[in-house]
Design a binder for this molecule. Structure first.
Ligand code: TYD
Length: 210
């Protein structure tokens, strides 16, 4: 499966704990690129394909604890299908941007650190094609745990599998994302998620310089 990536294509991912404001930033970035006549694809993980949406449902609506290794493989499975079916074909085209609502770094933080499988174990899981692809830029919208809980409460939706987790789990997630920033400083950009959405968007535009 050889795909030639066009030089004017971009793969961008957004990361953060629950309530970090990813959706708002993804929408703003989508509009920004559309105005510049880019083809924009917004995809979410887990999901984004018929197969992946089934896996998403299996994980997020589970009423019984799932083993961390099963979790990690389910997410990787959904990701492999999404890369194969949607991401790589899209990136062949000129002036195309694929914006991901979560990608590999979520697995590193959630399964690797918060679920204690280990950062390296998750990296290892992503050593084979097509899981070797990495975003050109990842924007990590960093907020603290009280902010996350307050935003989750104000949304008032029914809690999914991960939203039921307690403070300690969220602290580990933040540690996991901080590790990503330490290990991949060029790609994984830390953004203060407490800022006004417009200010965050401008910071992102400045980094992308498109
Ligand atoms: P979603 O409703 O999309 O959450 P959010 O709006 O916060 O992005 O649910 C995705 C959940 O799955 C989220 O809690 C993070 C988790 N997740 C992992 O644990 N590992 C992964 O690799 C990915 C992609 C997501």
């Amino acid at each position: 499966m050889a795909y030639a990536r066009s030089k004017t294509s971009l793969l961008i991912s957004f990361e953060g704990i629950e309530g970090s404001g990813k959706s708002t930033q993804i929408q703003l970035l989508k509009e920004y690129f559309s105005k510049k006549s880019y083809q924009v694809h917004v995809l979410r993980e887990p999901g984004g394909t018929t197969f992946g949406e089934k896996l998403r449902e299996a994980i997020l609506s589970s009423s019984e604890p799932i083993h961390p290794l099963a979790e990690a493989h389910l997410f990787a499975s959904s990701r492999a299908q999404l890369i194969y079916q949607k991401i790589l074909p899209a990136l062949q085209n000129e002036k195309t941007v694929v914006i991901m609502d979560r990608f590999i770094d979520s697995s590193l933080a959630y399964q690797g650190i918060a679920r204690s499988l280990g950062f390296e174990a998750i990296e290892k899981l992503h050593q084979n094609e097509p899981l070797t692809i990495r975003p050109d830029f990842t924007f990590y919208l960093k907020i603290d745990v009280p902010t996350s809980f307050a935003r989750q409460k104000s949304r008032g939706n029914q809690k999914d599998y991960f939203e039921k987790e307690k403070e300690e789990f969220y602290q580990k997630l933040i540690h996991g994302f901080d590790l990503c920033h330490e290990k991949f400083p060029k790609r994984f950009r830390l953004i203060n998620g407490n800022q006004d959405p417009k200010a965050i968007h401008e910071e992102i535009q400045g980094i992308l310089n498109v």
